[in-house]
Design a protein around this ligand. Structure first.
Ligand code: G6P
Length: 372
């Protein structure tokens, strides 16, 4: 009913709008006044966490994209190796696991069969499993050693939005907590990131306030067949997520590429007026990546692409090459997906509407897939 949708036409729009609160709720009670993390609900002892020598993340769909982003954060803040794998591929290749592996299973529903089978396999090998989940008491957290709930509230639309952002927050918390417990790299940087994280909900809110031009742009692209997405570093999984949203909702051919791979194949796809969305890393921080992506934008535009550029406020280097410019607030590099994903959700939702598709219940898809 309209009341359930809180005045929005679709649950997806409501859930996109709820993201600032969802992100804040996931942080709630997990940062103590001194700026340290208290993840009491992670019932794997600090001693056990210190003995971990590798992290393995398993998930499907949108949750898998959260896992890909988590890898950058976990490896950077803990200096531990982290693998990410599609849950459906995991157990069939006989993965190398033991008592010192920490397996993180990410799932909104907590019922995805592929993810459940992956975590069962991990526990059989003696690994500890931490679930990152949005649904209290669901099967995946019940079968895990520990759980960090995402507190996004119920997500009804099949295409995941607020669950994804809160999965990212939970992954950052786990990465920072591992860094804190293990004493690696624990210092000014991690403290500063925790401060940035606690402000991020306002930044997501700011992005939401500026989405009208993104909707207008989406409507002009309703008759296109293909949209490509490019990103680099954590922007690469963001590109994959942008493409997934478009497949799920607009039933368009959409693909995400690592911008550095462009020259190894995908650039052959560029043709006159092909829309290409580019997620640009911050010009501060890893500025080498920024400069390389600016030249990618230049290259594809020279070959006729219609460039849709998502870049940080104040990044002037992209301006000459952007046919459409979508601004996002400046954030630390690793946190950028929390703001960069939002325009892509809005974009896909509006394109779906413009193409006359059912937004909340896309064809052929289910909210949770309980078969392998
Ligand atoms: C289904 C949904 C996707 C979701 C995936 C994983 O395919 O349609 O939106 O990302 O399952 O779901 P989970 O509940 O495990 O996060």
């Amino acid at each position: 009913s309209a009341a359930e949708k809180g005045g929005y036409d679709y649950f997806m729009l409501k859930e996109i709008a709820e993201q600032p609160k969802a992100v804040a709720d996931t942080l709630l009670g997990r940062i103590d006044p001194s700026g340290s993390l208290t993840l009491d609900e992670v019932r794997i002892s600090p001693q056990e966490l210190r003995e971990v020598d590798k992290v393995v993340i398993v998930a499907c769909g949108t949750a898998f994209h959260a896992g890909l982003i988590a890898k950058y954060a976990i490896e950077h803040w803990t200096r531990m190796p982290c693998e990410v794998e599609l849950a459906s591929e995991f157990r069939y290749r006989d993965p190398i696991l033991d008592g010192r592996s920490l397996v993180i299973a990410i799932s909104q529903s907590g019922e995805t069969m592929d993810t459940l089978m992956a975590l069962r396999h991990a526990r059989e090998q003696g690994s500890k499993v931490l679930a990152i989940c949005n649904t209290n008491g669901s099967t995946i957290p019940r079968e895990s050693d520990a759980v960090l709930y995402t507190h996004a509230g119920p997500e009804v639309a099949v295409a995941s939005t607020k669950a994804f952002l809160t999965q990212l927050v939970a992954c950052y918390l786990v990465a920072l907590y591992l860094g804190q417990v293990r004493g690696t790299k624990w210092g000014d940087e991690i403290q500063a990131v925790i401060r940035d994280l606690s402000r991020i909900s306002e930044e997501v809110d700011r992005v939401l306030e500026t989405m009208e031009p993104v909707r207008a742009l989406a409507r002009t692209l309703a008759a296109k067949d293909t949209v490509l997405f490019l990103g680099r570093h954590v922007g690469y999984p963001v590109a994959l997520e942008g493409a997934l949203k478009l497949k799920e909702l607009a039933y368009m051919h959409a693909e995400g590429f690592a911008a550095g791979e462009l020259k190894h194949g995908p650039i052959a796809l560029i043709e006159e007026d092909l829309p290409v969305v580019v997620v640009v890393p911050s010009p501060r921080g890893r500025s080498v990546l920024h400069d390389k992506i600016v030249s990618n934008i230049q290259e594809i535009r020279a070959r006729g692409a219609r460039t849709i550029v998502i870049a940080e406020e104040g990044d002037e280097a992209v301006v000459p090459y952007a046919d459409h410019l979508i601004r996002i607030p400046a954030t630390p590099t690793l946190l950028q997906p929390l703001v960069a994903t939002v325009p892509l959700q809005v974009f896909a939702c509006e394109l779906a509407t413009a193409r006359g598709n059912e937004v909340d219940q896309p064809r052929n898809l289910a909210k949770s897939v309980t078969v392998e």
